[in-house]
Design a protein around this ligand. Sequence first.
Ligand code: E4P
Length: 218
Amino acid sequence: MKFFIDTANLSDIKEAQELGVLDGVTTNPSLMAKEGITGHDNIINHYKAICAIVDGDVSAEVISTDFEGMVKEGEALAALDEKIVVKIPMIKDGVKALKYFSNKGIKTNCTLVFSAGQALLAAKAGATYVSPFIGRLDDVSTDGMDLIDKIRLIYDNYGYQTEILAASVRHPMHIIQCAEIGADVMTGPLSAITALLKHPLTDIGLEKFLADYAKGNK
Ligand code: E4P
């Protein structure tokens, strides 16, 4: 399973990249705003800065909600760097834009997906990635993982090449469950990724090994 980091924070992206397990980055307008990145030129420069750090796909989201606007914005974003994946919302004009970019060989990430039907449409339109939002479904008492399961089944039934990018991941159990089901990619915060390495028995064991070494090597 590929690991993407879901942030626009350059220091978190650097840390994940240096850990050696990072396969890409996803951003969205809220994550950009959280880092204080506003205004067209600053946002474009921030995408360039992210692309300079990471070896892998970098999702950059369009703001337009009409087909022509999404095509114009998406083409400009894709021209910034070959790592850029144009992130498009799951709305009617978004489906048309996914098909347009697929025909042109430009990579896309269909975002704000909350149902199996939406994921099926995204695959038929040729999306490179589909982003079901697990955490936001959990937030409304609906098991986000059931959706990943359903999409995996549907895509496998027909051999769709669209990759399932489990998004809105909040904690390490989300990552483990995604890997069990067979999501192609997960995107989450640095805290969820680094939480995977924690186990108290590892800490206790290491402390004992080092203490025993110290005793024998005074
Ligand atoms: C996905 O691409 C989104 O940016 C993201 O995963 C949303 O996560 P949130 O629900 O934690 O905001």
